[in-house]
Each structure stands twice: as C-alpha cells, then as structure tokens.
Write a protein that binds this ligand. Sequence first.
Ligand SMILES: *Cc1c(COP(=O)(O)O)cnc(C)c1O
Length: 445
Amino acid sequence: MTFEIQNLSVRDLADRFGTPLYLYDGDVLAGQYQGLRARLHGDVEIFYSMKANPNVAVCQLLHRLGARAEVSSMVELVTAQRAGVPADEIMFLGPGKSEEELAACARGEAGLFVAESFGELDRYDAMVAEAGGHGRTLIRVNPAFSVKGAGLTMGGKARQFGIDEDQLMRSGPAAERWPHLRIAGVQAYMGTRILQEAAVVADTTQIMAMAERITAALGCALDVVDVGGGLGIAYFEGERDLDVDVLAAGLNPVVDDFRRRHPHTRVLMELGRYLTAPAGTYVVRVRYVKDSHGEPFAVADGGTNHHMAAVGIGSFVKRNFPVALLSRDAADDNRPWNISGPLCTPNDLLVKRAVLPALRPGDLLGIGRSGAYGPSASPGLFLSHGFPAEVLVLDGVAHLVRRRDAVADLIQTQFVIDLEGRTGDSGERRHQGAGAGAGAGAAGR
Ligand SMILES: *Cc1c(COP(=O)(O)O)cnc(C)c1O
C-alpha cells in the first residue's frame, strides 16, 4: 500500500470524499483482468461474478475490458445492464431465484440461465411452456468429488447448491422430463480462495469429464461447460498469490484437449475475488487512541460494519489483512496495535495486534486487498451506520461511484405506526401512496 493512488494522495481523497471510504484503483483492476486474459486459453470466456463487488462502475470497467457478467439477483441483473453488458453475456445463477427473476431469464434478459434444483427445472419448464421464452438452461452440479486447496470447498458434501451428481446420473432423459427446456450443459463451482495452481487444473479437468458424463446420461447437448473458478488472492502472511503463468501452463492444455473433443462447446470461467480484491483499499480515520490492559487500541470511524471479511476467514486464529498508515511517514514503534471500529461489540476488530507506528487521532489507516466481499458482504446496518462511499480512480481521476449513506437513506424505509389507532393509517399504505411500486424501489435506484 502506498500514500498515493495514481498520483492522487490518499489524504486528499479522504478529505474530499470523507471516511470511511473504499478506494478502488482502476489500473490494478485492469491489470488483474488483462494479466489473466493474456495468459489464459483464448477460448475460455471470463465472467465477472458480481457478488464479489457489485458496484456498477467496477462492472462497467471490467466489461469494457472484455469480461462478461455472472449475476444472482434482480438488482445485480439491472446493475449489469446499466454497466452495458448485453443480455447474451449475462449468466444468472443462484439457488433461490424468484418468479420475477426466472421470468427475466426466460425473456432473455440473461442469455445463460443456470438451474440449481429439480424443483427449479420443473418450475422453469412450466413457465416457458406457459409464457414462452428461450428455455436454454445449464444445470449446476454438486460434484461427487472434491478438490483440496480451496478456502471453502463445495464438492463431495451436502450443499444447497446445484444438484448432486449421482441424482443427475440417475434422472433419465432430460427431454422427457423437461420438454420445453433445452438443457445445454453444466456448471460447477468447487470453492473459493484457491491459491494452488494445480488445484484449479485438477478441478477443471474433473468438471469437464463430469460434464461429458452427465450430458451423456441426460441425453442432452453440451453447448456450454462452466468450470467455475474460485481463483484466490493472498491476504495473510505466509500466503502467496497464484502464478498465472504456472496456472495457464497447466490449464491451457486441458482446455485444448477438451476443445479437440468438443470444438463447438463454449468454456466459461467465473471469477469474483481474483479480479477485484487487489484493487481495493478500505480507508478509515482514527478517532481515539487508548490503552487497555497494556494493549494499545485505535478506535476508527469504520470497522467490520463495512469490512466483515477482515475479521479473518475460515480460521480460528485471527489473521490480519495487510494494514498500513497512509497519512504520514513514521517509524514502527514495535507495539502491536488493535484497530477497532464504531460498533458496540468486541468482535469489531479490523486488525488485531499488528505492528504499526504510534497512532494518533486523525491518522488514516488502509486495509489492503479489500476490493472483494467488502461492504456488500458486511453488516452495514449494524448500529445503523450505513454504507461508506466508494471511489474509483481511473486514468488519474477520482470518481465517486457510490455515495455514503445519509441518515435519511436509512430512516426513510421505516415507518412510524399510529399507536393511538386514530387515523387507521399504516406505513404500508403510505408507502404505496408514495408510488414506490414493487421492484421499482430496488431496481430503479
Ligand atoms: C461466489 C461465487 C463465485 C465467485 O467466487 P470467487 O471466489 O469470488 O471468485 C463464482 N461462482 C459461484 C457459483 C459463486 O457462488
């Protein structure tokens, strides 16, 4: 982490946009995508998993570079559309899609539809029979195998995602069961935060073989295979980033092999964290410093309410994300600092015992590698602080890409009730009276 992003000082950006603040470096974002794109087999289509960072401008930039979009909710779909992603480059996936979301897929708003259960396939088939639609469907599979090396593994165990491989193998011809759908291939996602190149290669090899098995058993087409992704980023001491050259050297021959057997099958990969994590810094300002039982604490204006991921992922021992003092030069004082936020819970510790310079009120601290699973994966409404501003620096210019929640933003969706019962008024009626129709409130913002 440095004091500057593309020659703009973090201090000036914090003064201009306020803190707490997420800063995204467009150069790093682009570098991450292009570095992979340049090395990965040219036939592999890269989809950006929007849940990692659903900001419309992040999606816009990745799309301009060539990424497609993988979405899992109506608002993510609308975000991708606003970012300029055409329908045939949008994939809709997720275990609990609503009727509204299924209908949008059937209408063709998402060119690729991924079904995650027999119930959903039945429902989608009935919907397409009734209302028409393209009916093109990938089936998400919960593989019988698992691959080691992921922060969170998916295959080989009970999961709410996809359909168990052995159930699909026994389910009979797809065309008989879902006559209005065109089952066009399979999707599988083996886990997240994979930092071993060989694990990604092994995953992909096994998913491709599984796709062949399953489509043969279902008697359906293999137009598309989505091999998931889950490429990781090093956060903690002792971890190292994936080597994309090594990854490509292992992966590209596997893709070549598959393409020789299936020259017309599209090969897809979906990535969230890998593309966005290194580009983001969470910037907080120290409000108070204090000591407790001999340990120094810096109480900052933002904490886990905006950055839940920083409390440590899948580990009993608290491990720190990279952290640095960004507002002035100072030497480490060799005291291990705790950095907490504004929440009234002892868990609101962004950083535990990290050696930093002696901190003072007003200092700016940066939590690095924070561009993925930041605000959107955090309890932003806890203690009603709301969500922070987000700024994307692109070609040396800072763009506000999400404004900070104001008090009014958080209050206006709640309704005081008439406890005396005099007017018979209800918040619900007032809400409808205000003309905020269902859906429009969420999607039209
Ligand atoms: C979360 C998720 C992704 C993105 O995962 P990353 O580890 O951030 O790349 C991709 N596909 C599916 C199905 C997911 O649930």
